[in-house]
Design a protein around this ligand. Sequence first.
Ligand SMILES: [Zn+2]
Ligand SMILES: [Zn+2]
Length: 152
Amino acid sequence: MDSYLGRCQCGATAYEMKRPVAAWICHCRDCQRMTSSAFSFSMATSSTGFRFLKGEPRRFEKTGDNGSKSDQLFCPGCGTWMATRSAQAPDAVIVRVGTLDQHLWIAPGSQSWTASALPWALIPGLRSFERDATPEQALEVMAEWQKAHEGR
Ligand SMILES: [Zn+2]
Ligand SMILES: [Zn+2]
């Protein structure tokens, strides 16, 4: 398999993943707090295509506004927010793009939760959703993202 490597800031936690299938920005309040910044930048891959090579991540169970639970995974040494697993989508792992070693080729395909975005942080011209994309919209955006990233 094509292998993509990533790690936390201190190097205690490292992972390997298959090529991502989508990437997006999220402006929700949870992501603003989790990143202590303006938004999160995430990518998805299959859960069978992701594994930690080094370190045992610390887990924080987050409950979303809609009641859905997810496991947020952090490096226990430096606190870098690495990945998310959710019971709603057990076949996928969501990984933070900033932790990937070779990340320059990845651009977001959409931005979610523009309703709570910092006004200056909205990306002009990017497909936008006021809250979460519907499953149908998410599939559409995923296909567009893969086409846009072919050969990169
Ligand atoms: Zn670390
Ligand atoms: Zn979010």
